[in-house]
Design a protein. Structure first.
Length: 125
């Protein structure tokens, strides 16, 4: 599977309960307009190796034709694509049933939510 043929892509932490819930909401509202891939899936690893850098696992990513947006920087292009794009792409949501962290705890909800606004990055390719 080639990365460039499946753009736009949202890459998320599929070992995190909250992140998986977020990906499912995005999938519902995007209605097939965005490929959604877990960081730890085979395709997710390929994306991280080809496009992203060492900060890839710190945040979710939205990948367009020319740029990868991470964390806070990804929110606007993600929402814009959900509203305006008309083509369909296959959606892949893979999650581990076992959360590696204490994701369901109240503290974890705040920490993961705060990381969305703290982390922000753009990578041109």
């Amino acid at each position: 599977m080639k990365v460039e043929e499946n753009i736009p892509i949202m890459l998320f932490d599929n070992q995190c309960y909250l992140c998986t819930k977020f990906a499912k909401y995005v999938s519902f509202f995007a209605r097939g307009k965005i490929m959604i891939v877990g960081h730890y899936s085979e395709f997710g690893k390929k994306i991280r190796n080809e496009i992203l850098d060492e900060s890839a696992l710190e945040m979710f990513w939205f990948i367009s034709k020319k740029r990868a947006y991470g964390g806070r920087a990804a929110l606007y292009p993600l929402i814009k694509t959900m509203i305006t794009k008309n083509t369909k792409v296959p959606t892949i949501i893979k999650s581990d049933d076992e959360c590696k962290q204490e994701c369901k705890a109240v503290k974890a909800v705040f920490v993961r939510s705060a990381s969305l606004f703290i982390n922000s990055k753009k990578i041109d390719f």
